[in-house]
Design a protein around this ligand. Structure first.
Ligand code: NDP
Length: 321
């Protein structure tokens, strides 16, 4: 029996490549000198795809080259890199990697929050620069008595909230809908939540529906003691408005893991000493990235074993409705 042809657009972790090599005929698009000719010849045979939020978009242009694709298995819980609505129109299942990264991302978020408030990276730089013998490091802001607003109380947002409970701070949230099974106060608008908070943690999906959800008005509402933590997607925050708010003291500081044009980070942000900047690492431990990689491969294996996708996204439910 001939093996199923799978396309990978850019190199993924060895755990994914090895598992897919074992189960399928894996085609490595990035290794092809003439990608156009390759897609012309092999594209019609491709039945599944492995991709990642870190790679380019999977949209109608690419899907036109893969007329027999059945499933796109995407690495990461966010899948704004895949045009899932277009995939749904073509009856192609899209899967992501939810759940296996919640704790890791929540841990990192708390680390970033504390690092931002207590200026941990700045203090490390201070010591290394030999400044300690001359003067103590300046006193920092605090998490004590803060009111934390979570924008996007989903799987990861809830894991963040559970951790925050241990820090004895008040917690509220905003989403499009109020959740009946949580006791935290709900704010129907993000500006309302920002007004009631002095820390805003953003952990929504990216894409059109959340683009610039955090804008100049929200930052103004957060106020001069306010701290913004963005671990969602760069597109959710109006980066120019944020830079302006940080420069003018409209908010106190920010901790960012994601940016509008990754891996490019505006020099204006890098020049600001009172922000903490991470290179999109919230899920990036060996443990968690391996779990995510395994789920990418397992979704494809399950599908081609006739057992359905393990973690289909909302736009392509299974069983099909
Ligand atoms: P979930 O789907 O479980 O939760 C998403 C939450 O966002 C829901 O509570 C949803 O509530 C809310 N939401 C969705 N759309 C909007 C909107 N337009 N306005 C306000 N709230 C909205 O996802 P996860 O918790 O698993 O993941 C969340 C996101 O975190 C990912 O999509 C990804 O973008 C980001 N992420 C970032 C990582 C990093 O490395 N920095 C790693 C992992 C994830 P409701 O439906 O009621 O609006």
């Amino acid at each position: 029996m001939s093996r199923t042809d799978i396309l990978m657009t850019a190199p993924m972790m060895p755990i994914v490549i090895d598992a897919l090599d074992k189960a399928f005929t894996l085609h490595r698009l990035w290794e092809q000198e003439d990608k156009d000719a390759f897609l012309k010849e092999v594209g019609p045979r491709i039945r599944g795809m492995a991709t990642s939020t870190l790679f380019g978009r999977v949209d109608a242009t690419l899907l036109d080259r893969l007329p027999n694709a059945e499933i796109i298995s995407s690495f990461g819980v966010g899948y704004d890199n895949v045009d899932a609505a277009e995939a749904a129109r073509r009856n192609i299942i899209v899967t992501n990697t939810p759940g296996v990264l919640d704790d890791e991302v929540a841990d990192l978020t708390l680390g970033l929050l504390l690092a931002t408030l207590r200026k941990i990276p700045q203090a490390d730089r201070y010591l290394r620069d030999g400044k300690w013998p001359k003067a103590s490091f300046p006193l920092s802001a605090t998490l004590r008595e803060r009111k934390v607003g979570i924008v996007g109380l989903g799987r990861i947002g809830k894991a963040i909230a559970r951790r925050l409970e241990g820090f004895d701070v008040s917690i509220a949230y905003h989403g499009r809908t109020q959740q009946t099974d949580v006791a935290y106060p709900y704010y129907p608008t993000v500006t309302g939540l920002a007004e009631a908070s002095d820390v805003l943690i953003v952990i929504t999906p990216g894409g059109a529906s959340t683009r610039h959800l955090i804008d100049a008005d929200v930052l103004k509402a957060l106020g001069s003691n306010g701290v913004l933590i963005n671990v969602a997607r760069g597109s959710v925050v109006d980066e120019q408005a944020l830079i302006e708010a940080l420069r003018s003291g409209t908010i106190l500081s920010a901790g960012l893991d994601v940016y509008e044009d990754e891996p490019r980070v505006p020099q204006e942000l890098i020049d600001l000493e009172h922000v903490v900047l991470l290179p999109h690492i919230a899920s990036a431990s060996v443990h968690t990235r391996s779990g995510m990689g395994k789920l990418v491969a397992d979704n494809l294996i399950s599908w081609f074993d006739g057992k359905g996708p393990l973690t289909p996204v909302a736009e392509t439910p299974w069983p099909r409705t």
